[in-house]
Write a protein that binds this ligand. Sequence first.
Ligand code: SF4
Length: 363
Amino acid sequence: MNVRDSELICGILKNAGYKICASDKEADIIIFNTCSVRQHAEDRVWSLIGSYKGSKIIGLAGCMAQNYKERAFQRDANISFVAGPQDIYKIPEILGKLSSGEFFERKIWEVDSSQRPEEIYHTGFFQDKSHAYVVISEGCSNFCSYCVVPYVRGPLRHRKNKNILMEIQEAIAGGISKITLLGQNVNAYHEDGVNFTKLLTQVNALEGLKELGFFTSHPKDANIELFQAINDLGKLSKTLHLPLQSGADRILKLMNRGYSVKEYLALIDSYRKIVKNGLLTTDIIVGFPSETDKEFKETCGLIKKIGFNAAYIFKYSPRSGTVAAKLADLLTKEEKEGRHKKILDLQRRISNKLRAKHKYAKA
Ligand code: SF4
């Protein structure tokens, strides 16, 4: 999502007459488009901002901007402006004010918008010449207990169906042949009688498009209709990313994920029956507050049983303001690191085995 948001920022700045530099050394203005999902990402941003002293205008955009608001200036006096994810469209105006001399303190923050104007999706700026990300929905209303996204990106909003199709047609006209549809929970898409599978069918039918993918799905909104579309639509990737997060029902409940292990397994079973040779990837969080050794082993057991082609595995990172951040976290750093390493090793072995099998089957 942030890769696309960075393109949106580049697009509106280019249209406003700014030049996008190939290196930070040439640039007069540096904008950090940030993620708040884990502490590690935040720490890296603060450290990078700290490395720029003096002459450049430094902007903080995205989720950290929304989270810190004007407190960002106390954290690092180098920052000249702050723009939340819904306010990125104001960046040219902010830069205009900063260079006008009207603002002696050179500090501006914009974090109040609830909606982005549709125009920012139509600047035609894509980093890649053949592949484009297209946002179909913004925000999220799921409130998984560990996640900061609903707080910083606001409730789920769906873009209009006709606007999404228009953006994709513009991209195709500009030479793009591969599209990835983006949202925090794409399966929940619903706008004016068009649900996600209908949208996939519409995009699949567009002339000039060669490949189609989407990211990311939520198990509680995944269904047989979606799996059928993955199987049937010729341009659609036969890969499903379905975040599991934990293999223990008590932890899934504490995470407020809205499904049980049994329901997740039933989905996988349907997917594999419908999408022949479909690939499957997932996300796992280890060391969630109060996760016992037995529950961790249940997650490992489920990973073995399902056999994901790949998994993104994260150590739990408390995010201020979330429900999980208030839960007693008795696990030590060493315990979390130990579990993280064990599960990474396990997944690596499974991925390698499946890759070899896939290669062998192809040969
Ligand atoms: S579905 Fe859950 S984890 Fe994903 S963005 Fe929404 S709240 Fe966060």
